[in-house]
Design a protein around this ligand. Sequence first.
Ligand SMILES: CCC/C=C/C=C/C(=O)SCCNC(=O)CCNC(=O)[C@H](O)C(C)(C)COP(=O)(O)OP(=O)(O)OC[C@H]1O[C@@H](n2cnc3c(N)ncnc32)[C@H](O)[C@@H]1OP(=O)(O)O
Length: 345
Amino acid sequence: LRLGAVTARLLRHLLLRPEHVVLRYCNLKCGTPVSQHSFLSSAGRSWWSPGQAVVRAAASSGGPRPPYTTLAVSQPQQFVTHVELHRPEKLNAMSRAFWREMVELFSELAGNPDCRVVVFSGAGKMFTAGIDLMDMASDVLQPVGEDTARISWNLRKKIAEYQETFSVIERCPKPVVVAVHGACIGGGVDLITACDIRLCTQDAWFQVKVSRCRRGGFMGGASRNPQVNGNNQKIRLGKGPLALTARKMFADEAASSGLVSRVFADKEAMMAGAMELAGEIAGRSPVGVQGTKVNLLYSRDHSVAEGLDYMASWNMSMLQTEDLMKSAQAALEKKSPKTVAFSKL
Ligand SMILES: CCC/C=C/C=C/C(=O)SCCNC(=O)CCNC(=O)[C@H](O)C(C)(C)COP(=O)(O)OP(=O)(O)OC[C@H]1O[C@@H](n2cnc3c(N)ncnc32)[C@H](O)[C@@H]1OP(=O)(O)O
């Protein structure tokens, strides 16, 4: 009888929140980026309350350890991985090692069952000063090849490698929460737009240097920024030229335009908020959370009909998870999902 009642209530819950409502909502082009909606956390009134943070905010992790030289990786709480961009003496400029290490690290995290969510931040004075201009001079600006075709071929390959550094974040099924303080320049904006949830401090500013570099286009950001900010006046102009003139966007505008979902007074408060949110996500069913990210991304790039079809195929197996019953039971017993021991995924 008890099981019957639970099942009936569970079914009612599912029917009241069918996935196609979520998918259609994502496709409304409502101005709020898909990944910033609350589906990745507890849907509803308030998606996290940093004020009640009980987790310790991740302090600087002590620097990179082999095999990494530009990324400091730690596990501040169970199932939460903290990745810190760590080259503070060069303002976390993105060196050749960084572009490579990101791919290695995120490929590993994607399949690591001890990681259910990633918090990404920068060490030192600012989040990042963008691409390492010294490396860029030798890497991108002096492409090798015997003729125009070969030079172009090699340059295309190089650009694709740069793009891959941020695509691995998006492809990683674990949600990535990025926390930005101080400056976030050039490639930094590309990086954060590949993340799922963006937070910043009141002193944060964002700058896209395309026009100044006279490159006439980003190496990837032009594809993702419009997905985040709307392919409209906001990214081209905002309240004043942004991508087209390389002006700075400050925290309040970043929040009102949807580039970030929350602004914190300072870095300490932001990291506490990021860790609290990460803990909230990590405590939920990994089958549900990772499936949500995969399907949100799919529906972003496809029609409603294609998204519905994909989700039906996805859920015909994933709905058979034991996590569903465990979550439902906890909800009915008014227990936090954090009290449920979900098997590793
Ligand atoms: C698919 C994706 C493709 C991605 C493409 C990405 C493109 C870009 O990122 S374009 C943007 C490139 N970045 C810049 O133009 C910013 C350059 N830096 C600055 O303007 C200033 O450093 C800044 C305003 C950020 C801070 O100024 P501040 O006075 O506070 O510090 P500095 O003394 O200038 O810098 C301290 C040391 O850091 C080194 N450094 C800073 N930025 C970079 C950089 N981008 N690349 C390499 N090194 C950088 C700077 O040289 C100083 O080093 P040192 O002299 O050894 O002390």
